[in-house]
Design a protein around this ligand. Structure first.
Ligand SMILES: Nc1nc2c(ncn2[C@@H]2O[C@H](COP(=O)(O)OP(=O)(O)O)[C@@H](O)[C@H]2O)c(=O)[nH]1
Ligand SMILES: [Mg+2]
Ligand SMILES: [Zn+2]
Length: 351
């Protein structure tokens, strides 16, 4: 028999409990956001599953809005959302074609970065995902799917030599036994996110871990309109004797938002090397006494990794600037609205 409370199974922890005031303990119920649609969200809690409407007025800023994995407080009687609880972790990216962030998921504990052994494998993309994972402070594992289709796995092990702290598991995602080592990442009360491109086997992996067909698989193209089975939106799936698994459509674009710390942590080896360069402002190109170039020559650092670090640093710097600017302009716009409103009110009071 399973004696764990439903809330605990959904990942309820002291970190969330201690955010509730006495009044809130009485008048509210915490619920977990399982899926987000346009204005409606699906939540799960002590009273089971329900849909709630989320008004824009409660969560003005895009980064404040509830995302998959968030904990919300609902008023016990009206079932209306009262507020969102502080997050223990957050995954975000730049919204494609916009000057704001788009939230991917909150309160995630572990992440499987999923890639397939064949055409998809790309170490620079893995590092991009890793920056997100490090920023969120989650535990990560790299899963290489379709190991059953390709006999030669040596190139992957070679490529990953520079990432000793990242565990790698090769699997046949269709096979329950093969994915068993990954169960350690989705224990009861934990939330596991599956991140990776479309078609790599995320939904297949979810189904094998769950031991049942929870998500439709086989979608190679997300915009395939011929009714192909495919993952269309992000959602959390509770699995029997385990925690929650986040399945999401592959993200074609994963532009890094203002995540300096995550990036720094992903490339900590290069930062450490650069402290040994002769010049403090060394750009690691052709300066004498450059420890980074020396490491490349000695075969200890992959030149690709240096290039990717530079590229991602530029991207984070650019996007941080864009976000800071759009926040500043939002602020001045709302100040303007407020002063116009105050002015109108003052005029009205005078008449
Ligand atoms: N042979 C084999 N096929 C796989 C494996 N993982 C996924 N597939 C197949 O790859 C296709 C895409 O898988 P899917 O789970 O929908 O990918 P997603 O887009 O990442 O969710 C499906 O036809 C799966 O059956 C694997 O490890 N081995
Ligand atoms: Mg899928
Ligand atoms: Zn240098």
């Amino acid at each position: 028999m399973n004696s764990v409370s439903p809330l605990k199974q959904l990942g309820w922890k002291p970190f969330f409990q201690q955010q509730l005031s006495l009044d809130e303990l009485n008048d509210c119920q915490p619920v977990k956001v399982m899926a987000v649609h346009r204005s409606q969200i699906e939540v799960s809690g002590e009273s089971g599953e329900e849909s709630v409407l989320v008004s824009g007025a409660l969560f003005e800023d895009a980064a404040e809005r509830p995302t998959v994995g968030d904990w919300l407080l609902l008023a016990r009687e009206s079932r209306k959302p009262v507020r969102r609880l502080e997050r223990s972790s957050l995954f975000k990216r730049m919204a494609p074609g916009a000057k704001q962030v788009q939230l991917i998921a909150a309160n995630v504990d572990n992440v499987l970065i999923v890639s397939s052994c064949n055409q998809d494998f790309n170490l620079s993309r893995v590092e991009r995902y890793l920056a997100l994972v490090k920023e969120a402070g989650c535990r990560a594992c790299l899963v290489l799917t379709k190991a059953d289709l390709d006999e030669n796995h040596a190139p992957f092990h070679d490529a990953l030599k520079g990432h000793r702290d990242l565990p790698v598991v090769l699997v046949n995602a269709l096979d329950t036994e093969s994915v068993a080592p990954l169960r350690d990442y989705c224990r009861s009360g934990e939330t596991l996110a599956l991140l990776g491109s479309s078609g790599v086997g995320k939904s297949t992996l979810l189904n094998s871990l769950a031991g049942t067909e929870l998500a439709a698989t086989g979608g190679i193209r997300e915009d395939d309109s011929k009714g192909r089975h495919t993952t269309r939106h992000r959602a959390l799936y509770p699995i029997v004797d385990g925690g929650l698994i986040l399945d999401s459509p592959g993200m074609r674009e994963l532009a890094l938002a203002d995540i300096r710390e995550g990036l720094e942590a992903t490339f900590a080896d290069i930062s450490a090397l650069s402290e040994k360069c002769r010049f403090a402002d060394c750009v690691h190109e052709s300066e004498p006494g450059c420890a980074v170039q020396a490491a490349i020559e000695a075969g200890e650092l992959d030149e690709r990794r240096l290039h990717n670090w530079r590229k991602l640093e530029r991207e984070v710097a650019r996007n941080s600037k864009t976000l800071a600017e759009s926040r500043a302009s939002d602020r001045s716009l709302s100040q303007l609205y407020r002063s116009v409103q105050n002015h109108a009110r003052a005029n009205k009071n005078r008449t």
